[in-house]
Design a protein around this ligand. Sequence first.
Ligand code: RP5
Length: 162
Amino acid sequence: MKKVGIVMGSDSDLPVIQKATALLRELEIPFEVHVYSAHRTPLQAHDFAASAREKGFGVLIAAAGMAAHLAGAVAANTTLPVIGIPCKGPALEGLDALLSTVQMPSGIPVATVGIGGGANAALLAAQILAVEDAALAERLAAKRAADTAAVLQKDAGIAERL
Ligand code: RP5
């Protein structure tokens, strides 16, 4: 099975990444996590992206905050799909990272999830891998069904809470 490669710009992004790794574990998807920065360790970020396909990755997730160019820099060095997670920084509530990640110029796409969207990044990565993996598609469908049941249970109990 193809792996998910995860890279974050700083270990301060870890809480966001933990949302993704928890889901990948639940869905039994192998992953690898690194701290590489587009500006502090540009060579390592490049090498990770450029070698990802031959190392058995099927999709990459890149999380960064502030002037967040990590996802774009990773995407520039691979033709694997790249999912960007904008992380909240000390100013602007993450809007800086959101715009930096989502507003990629034409030619190098980054599929951007919401600010701090580690869970959706993992689910999107899983859905990409599930295109060619029927067993994973079944696990995803089972998770959807369980999530739906959980919401319906809340619906059934909401009147008692009012
Ligand atoms: C970005 O700068 C990182 O992705 C992080 O979100 C932000 C701050 O990094 P630290 O100063 O916490 O290392 O490159």
